[in-house]
Design a protein around this ligand. Structure first.
Ligand code: P6P
Length: 341
């Protein structure tokens, strides 16, 4: 059998090359992968088990909680409590930080994660995902408080996601390139399948909840018009929208194009959360040669002032992100078209 590179082998090499002294980071990401394998096993048969449907109640986001949202969150706390790998967990499903007291003395890192992104897709067998971001714990007065992670996304030391689709893929970066792994379910191991992923300079698809078109800044309507059939752009695009950020981002990562979730008059910061959705995906987008913007600034430059702060998100190939930014800045589409020719 040809030598297939396991996630563990790859992590050790990649961390050594790009995060010297970051040995614990390799172990953290390996533990994340193990947690996600357990989540996937449950997902694969959710219709047959007791975890189908809603748990009742709403989370800190005011969103209905699916039973698997909480199950996935618990899998993470179980896999890291007592591991000595993490000092603090920050989750979409937990209002406050989750401090691992017994691990704190040994641990040097914090994990921000969305355990089950797109969970509304679950009961219709749609794609869902887990998003994760690793940051260093602070040793100063902010340690053990939310302020510990009130740093720009450039401070992340690793980020990635697991996409539970027809395949189960894990994608991560730890300071170098972006790499993709596919789960061999017979072996129970992630094997390297997409080394050194580069996001195409531009794509042929845009991804957005078009039902909100009239609520957005007119620049988004102009971008959609310009890139739809008969539009002024050099080619017309297709619309693809899965309703799970991880799945819509993964497509743009591999095929190019753009996903956007703007703010509007009622929700100027949009819906997506910075710490465990936008920032980790922006880290990957830029590492793969793409871009991620709030429309006003680079996502990785934003300093959060809360654990669950939201941000508008425009993420994908450089051409499309800059085209939208140009329109938002009041420039005409022609400026951005030049780079498409
Ligand atoms: P809407 C899922 O609930 C999520 O947080 C993201 O995964 C997804 O991109 C977005 O919300 C979908 O939101 O408003 O289009 O249903």
């Amino acid at each position: 059998m040809d030598h297939r590179v396991t996630l563990t082998q790859h992590l050790l090499r990649e961390v050594e090359a790009h995060a010297p002294g970051g040995g614990p980071v390799a172990s953290i990401l390996a533990q994340v992968a193990t947690a996600c394998k357990e989540i996937r096993a449950e997902l694969a048969e959710v219709g047959l088990g007791s975890l189908a449907g809603m748990q009742g109640g709403v989370n800190v986001q005011g969103e209905s909680v699916h039973k698997l949202d909480w199950f996935a969150n618990e899998v993470f706390t179980k896999h890291f409590r007592g591991s000595g790998l993490l000092c603090t967990l920050i989750s979409e499903e937990m209002e406050d930080i989750y401090h691992l007291d017994e691990d704190c003395p040994r641990a040097q890192h914090v994990l921000c994660y969305d355990p089950m992104d797109g969970s509304s897709n679950l009961d219709v067998d749609g794609a869902v995902g887990t998003i994760f971001s690793v940051r260093r714990k602070s040793t100063g007065k902010t340690h053990g408080k939310p302020e510990e992670v009130f740093e720009p996304g450039t401070e992340q030391v690793a980020a990635g996601y697991v996409l539970y689709g027809p395949q189960c893929m894990l994608v991560y970066a730890v300071g170098g390139n972006v790499h993709g792994f596919t789960l061999d379910t017979a072996v129970g191991e992630f094997f390297l399948s997409h080394p050194n992923i580069r996001m195409p300079e531009h794509g042929k698809e845009f991804s957005a909840n078009m039902a909100r078109l009239d609520a957005w800044d007119p620049a988004f309507r102009e971008f959609v018009r310009n890139h739809s059939h008969g539009g002024s752009a050099a080619r017309s695009y297709s619309l693809r929208y899965i309703g799970a950020l991880v799945a819509d981002f993964h497509r743009a990562l591999l095929r190019g194009g753009v996903f956007f979730y703007p703010g509007d008059a009622n929700n100027p910061h949009g819906k997506l959360r910075l710490l465990y959705e936008a920032a980790p995906l922006a880290y990957l987008a830029e590492a793969a040669g793409g871009a991620a913007s709030s429309g006003r600034e680079r996502i990785l430059s934003i300093v959060p002032d809360g654990l669950h702060v939201r941000t508008p998100l425009i993420i994908g190939s450089r051409y499309e992100v800059s085209a939208i930014e140009s329109l938002l800045a009041g420039e005409r589409q022609g400026v951005a078209n030049a780079s498409l020719a």
